[in-house]
Design a protein around this ligand. Structure first.
Ligand SMILES: Nc1ncnc2c1ncn2[C@@H]1O[C@H](COP(=O)(O)OP(=O)(O)OP(=O)(O)O)[C@@H](O)[C@H]1O
Length: 283
């Protein structure tokens, strides 16, 4: 289903004002309520509830296979791309269920963008066209001047503009891995998402590129709600405001053991399993 230009162009989200004219909660808050997930009859998530506040970075941490990526993909309706995949529960974006009947799939995916583990720009497409690729897919029509401004804005926000402004017509595939990942971030930003999901975005990158992406994440957090899966505990501490620790005991579906402000999760975890995990005693 395509988004009509008229609906997709209303991408600027005005400040929410309550009945007394005061500015209300920031838009972009995401909340999962009692989310369970299955692949066929294999249940992989059990009743996961988590608030991911607007304007903050939430890190999902936990050992391999406990359902972090599945949970992330449920947040923007990518889970349903797997034929055998099912789920129950609710995902609320600004209080509205993204799975509600009548809600368009493309609307959820535009408002909740995703950056993957391996940078996936269109390799033969120019840097410029990579950034604007999402606009075409969502049916947004813009003029050339508007597109030029958008490309500069998104590449600047992704921390890539200065490195590529003189070679916007070169292919995206010619960039380094770290630059390609920042190009993918710029591409995600072009459709003005309220939330950006990042699934181990630095795991394929060298330490310098990783730090550059981490800076970008912190800079973006002011305007986009970010949810990031990471196996790197130092990274979780550097970039996130809040953490959720996922765990799946042998043969059981994954769930959240503990969540809260990142400082507290690392310095004073409530659950011994969290303490053991964040201190590298397992996982
Ligand atoms: N497409 C799929 N089909 C069937 N089972 C799947 C699929 N994707 C994931 N799973 C299963 O769901 C469970 C959770 O996997 P998931 O990738 O969400 O965990 P994770 O915590 O993100 O792991 P990792 O940290 O290794 O990426 C695992 O048992 C996995 O084998």
């Amino acid at each position: 289903m395509s988004v009509t230009p008229s609906s997709a162009e209303t991408v600027e989200i005005p400040a929410v004002v309550d009945g007394q004219g005061r500015e209300a909660a920031r838009p972009g808050g995401l909340e999962a309520l009692a989310v369970s997930a299955w692949f066929g009859d294999h249940k992989v998530l059990q009743q996961v509830s988590l608030r991911m506040p607007a304007g903050e970075v939430t890190a999902l941490i936990g050992p391999s296979g406990c359902g972090k990526s599945t949970f992330l993909r449920i947040l923007n309706r990518m889970h349903e791309l797997v034929p055998s995949a099912t789920l129950s529960g609710e995902v609320l974006l600004d209080g509205e269920d993204v799975y509600a009947p009548g809600r368009r799939l493309t609307d959820a995916r535009r408002r909740i963008g995703m950056v993957f583990q391996k940078p996936n720009p269109f390799p033969a497409m120019s840097i410029y066209d990579n950034v604007t690729a999402g606009l075409k897919l969502t049916g947004v029509r813009t003029g050339r001047g508007e597109r030029d401004l958008l490309v500069e804005e998104c590449l600047t926000k992704a921390g890539l503009w200065k490195e590529v402004r003189d070679r916007l017509r070169q292919p995206g595939g010619a960039l380094s891995g770290g630059q390609q990942q920042r190009l993918c971030i710029a591409r995600s930003l072009a459709v003005r998402p309220q939330v950006l999901l990042m699934d181990e975005p630095c795991s394929a990158l060298d330490p310098t590129s990783t730090r550059r992406i981490e800076e970008t994440i912190r800079e973006l957090a002011d305007e986009v709600t970010i949810v990031i899966v990471t196996h790197n505990m130092q990274q979780a501490q550097r970039v996130s405001d809040r953490c959720a620790f996922f765990l799946a005991a042998q043969g059981t579906p994954g769930g959240i053991v503990e969540h809260g402000p990142t400082g507290a999760m690392f310095d004073a975890p409530q659950d011994q399993r969290t303490a053991d995990y964040v201190n590298g005693r397992f996982g």
